[in-house]
Design a protein around this ligand. Sequence first.
Ligand code: HEC
Length: 260
Amino acid sequence: MTFPSIALHFAFAAGLFATASACAAAGAAENYMGNCAVCHLPGIAGAPKVGDKAQWTRRVRAGISIVYRNALQGVPNTAMTAKGGHDNLSDADVKAIVDYMVDAAAIDENVLRAAAVYDKLGITDRDFIALDADYDGYLTRKELAGDAVLLRNLQRFDRNRDGRLTETEYREAEATLERERASVDVPDENLVAAVRAALKTIPGIDLRNTKVEAQRGVLAMIGIVDSAEVANRAYAAVKRIDGIKKIDNRLVSAHQMAFD
Ligand code: HEC
């Protein structure tokens, strides 16, 4: 693909802009154009597009400090490397670009407030945060309604007996349930059938084009789905199925395919 030449083009443009302006906000916009737009403008490889409110809301909701960290250190196993591959940028430069990108998404006030709460509470687990519908830092029965297994086990993991899960309790629950799931032996063909049945309920997955394989309990899901969100939902839908030792989620969105 033409990726390097586009990058060079932007880098050149940014160089010109940089000398022209000393304003910090404008500097962030230029730095964005020069270093990040190559992926974040078209949304290459699953990069959240600048201005895509839904994408940025999902990410920012979990607290701005994690978003900064991901920009500075990169997101493992994705095309987002540390500082987007631009070591020449200072940490402050990168944070200013992130602020610029977040601003451009025009995220709702209540989400920004929630992000501030999670930052303050030090809550970072995005799976936990995705379930915390009222942004209060706890998972109630109502918020866990979609997860029958976790609900059934709530008392076991609710160590402080307040009828809801804290982030720590939730993490422990996830780890324990995963171990228990893996300790059960189920024939591979039964696993595949259970997984296909679970995936069938998720919009955005075409089962005719999705390969589900199991080898001694190690599950692989392979295919192209509508979006990265759908791939996450698929994972959530199968992660409680007994007998799965490990999940290799190779469901990718069309965007990611374009990059590979
Ligand atoms: C080679 C492509 C590429 C470049 C260049 C790039 N990014 Fe990314 N970026 C990605 C991808 C892909 C993701 C999504 C990763 C994931 O799956 O969560 C991402 C995600 C992000 C996120 C969201 C992190 C979160 O917490 O969810 C931020 C912020 C970000 N990039 C900032 C930047 C900045 C700032 C630059 C420029 C300095 C940059 N990116 C350059 C590909 C890129």
